[in-house]
Design a protein around this ligand. Structure first.
Ligand code: NAI
Length: 254
């Protein structure tokens, strides 16, 4: 099997993805602040917000990496700086650390969100965020773009979508693909946090529109597809996985 690194593998979408990859005979290495409950999986315990600790944990990994899923994320109940540190800086640090271990045919999949569509900042601000190198730079950026936790969450996911496209363009000649998925509401522990920041009515209204919330495995299936060779001609795109929520909203507005 191939060797797939999965961040956020200890819960929710990342755990469903891990189980799916294991069932397909892949080898999974988890990167998470909590140990992955799957016994076949080695967990590199690290806080994605702590660059030094993350670097130490990842340096324990030797040999090739065939695929990387950046799944870990924190909701807007956390302070804005932490949301951006984990969802944007953390994903970038993991990707930059593992990129030298990846060759042609490798695939990186980032988990964004339909929340990316709610981002209130324009592209220049998001590009400036993507140029931030560390927590100090993040604090400077936030001083220029003050955001609440929920706004930081939306912005972090818009940044993930934009970063995905930029990386894919940069690496297209190397045979390393980079794609993202944007889930709508999925039944995981994070959904309660979204209910508290966005209001349960708004979250559960999404389920009324499309019939239900998503299941973790419905997102994991798309991520697994993108990570594997069946998606060899899919690159640089974001795939919404939301049961038609965006289409339904657009239809209501016209
Ligand atoms: P979850 O809370 O079930 O899992 C998140 C995982 O990330 C956990 O294993 C947690 O330990 C890990 N993690 C969080 N912060 C970390 C840190 N600082 N360092 C190391 N590990 C950390 O959440 P879920 O729902 O599976 O979320 C996965 C991804 O999907 C996130 O990026 C989230 O933003 C995104 N998403 C989730 C949606 C939903 O409705 N559940 C909708 C759209 C996107």
């Amino acid at each position: 099997g191939r060797r797939v690194v999965v961040t956020g593998a200890s819960s929710g979408i990342g755990l469903a993805l891990t189980r799916r990859l294991l069932a397909a005979g892949e080898n999974v290495v988890a990167v998470d602040r909590a140990a992955c409950p799957e016994r076949a999986v080695e967990t590199l315990i690290a806080d994605l917000a702590d660059a030094a600790a993350l670097g130490r944990a990842l340096s324990a990994l030797t040999g090739p990496v065939h695929a990387l899923a950046n799944v870990a994320g924190v909701p807007g109940t956390a302070p804005a700086e932490l949301v951006l540190a984990v969802n944007v800086l953390g994903a970038r640090l993991v990707t930059e650390a593992l990129r030298p271990r990846m060759g042609a045919g490798a695939s990186i999949v980032n988990v964004a969100s339909v929340a990316a569509h709610r981002n209130v900042l324009g592209e220049p601000a998001v590009d400036a965020l993507l140029a931030v190198a560390d927590r100090a730079g993040l604090a400077d950026w936030l001083a220029r773009h003050p955001l609440t936790g929920p706004q930081a969450y939306d912005t972090s996911k818009a940044a993930v979508v934009r970063w995905t496209r930029a990386l894919a363009g940069r690496w297209v000649g190397s045979g390393v693909r980079v794609t993202s998925v944007s889930p709508g509401p999925v039944e995981t522990p994070i959904l309660e946090d979204f209910r508290s920041t966005m209001g349960s009515r708004r979250i559960d209204h999404a389920a009324e529109i499309v019939g239900r919330h998503g299941d973790t495995d419905e997102v994991a299936a798309v991520v697994a597809f993108l990570l594997g060779p069946d998606a060899s001609w899919v690159n640089g795109v974001d795939i919404p996985v939301e049961g038609g929520l965006l289409a339904a909203r657009a239809a209501r507005e016209t």
